[in-house]
Design a protein around this ligand. Structure first.
Ligand SMILES: NC(=O)c1ccc[n+]([C@@H]2O[C@H](COP(=O)([O-])OP(=O)(O)OC[C@H]3O[C@@H](n4cnc5c(N)ncnc54)[C@H](OP(=O)(O)O)[C@@H]3O)[C@@H](O)[C@H]2O)c1
Length: 262
């Protein structure tokens, strides 16, 4: 995809799942990458693979982005290098499926920090230079879980709703600056997310998982075309339209059936 050729792209959550798929596709389009996550060994083997397969330049920065200082640290490390970020992909995130009172608050704090604050902070840090240079892009990863409130996925679905609203607003604000903004809303994808979130795979909502590759490719085409919101598969139009038009109470009932583990 020409839009990504010769661009320098920062991808958070690059050590696994959809993040790896973004990296492989971007490297094949001729982009240079800055990849970040906590697990350095995984980032190193990905960087080696991308370098040998696509001759891609890859900078690795390990960081805990649920840490308050994580985004600033990442920004400073990149500033110290000669690289300038053209496109930011806010992909790192995690969820928790279970009764709200069973999850500990520290975990919720980390989730809110990573899924929302870090995403906003990184956007605030990197977008000004994109505006200055008259081109750039921000791709935020939300979820179909952000369409409606979901019992037993309560904090996660709220963080993803935040990402959707923030992204739509920013897309509108940045019109005419040359900076594209898009939010990708995937349905269930076959990644570690499901284990980390402790989701019951037998639930109907988690059957028929999409591949990380096709999910990432939808997101990249959405950002290249400056589409404000991209669903990872056309079937998701149904829950999306449903979330717009049905009363919240009915949505809650369906969400509860989908995610309640008792
Ligand atoms: N899979 C799904 O069903 C699904 C559906 C809709 C939306 N999404 C969204 O898609 C995005 C990618 O998830 P995925 O499915 O690819 O899951 P994944 O395979 O679990 O990958 C999550 C990535 O986030 C990174 N990460 C987690 N905590 C971090 C922290 N504290 N600091 C820095 N990096 C951290 C992980 O790296 P380290 O552990 O190495 O730090 C990993 O690279 C997430 O935002 C998720 O909410 C996923």
């Amino acid at each position: 995809m020409q839009y990504y050729h010769n661009k320098t792209i920062l991808i958070t959550g690059a050590s696994s799942g959809i993040g790896i798929a973004f990296c492989r596709q971007l490297a094949s389009y001729g982009a240079d990458l800055v990849i970040t996550a906590r697990r350095r060994d995984r980032l190193e083997s990905l960087a080696q693979e991308l370098h040998s397969q696509y001759d891609c330049r890859v900078m690795i920065i390990t960081a805990d982005l649920s840490d308050l200082n994580g985004p600033e640290f990442l920004f400073r490390e990149i500033e110290k290098s000669e690289l300038r970020i053209d496109i930011l992909i806010n992909n790192a995130g995690f969820g928790y499926n279970g009764a709200f009172v069973n999850g500990n608050f520290e975990m919720y704090e980390q989730m809110m920090q990573l899924n929302m604050n870090t995403l906003v902070k990184l956007t605030r840090l990197f977008v000004p230079r994109m505006i200055e240079q008259g081109h750039g892009g921000v791709l935020n990863i939300s979820s179909m879980a952000g369409f409606l409130p979901i019992p037993f996925f309560s904090v996660y679905s709220a963080t993803k709703q935040f990402v959707i609203n923030f992204s739509w607003s920013l897309w509108n604000e940045l019109k005419g600056t040359g900076v594209n903004v898009s939010v990708l809303c995937p349905g269930p994808v076959d990644t570690d997310f499901i284990n980390v979130a402790n989701v019951d795979k037998r639930k109907v909502a988690f059957r028929g998982l999409q591949s990380p590759e096709s999910t990432a490719s939808k997101g990249l085409s959405g950002l290249a075309k400056n589409v404000p919101m991209k669903l990872s598969r056309s079937l998701l139009r149904i829950p999306y339209l449903f979330s717009r038009w049905v009363p919240v109470r009915l949505g809650l009932l369906i969400g509860r059936l989908a995610m309640n583990k008792q």
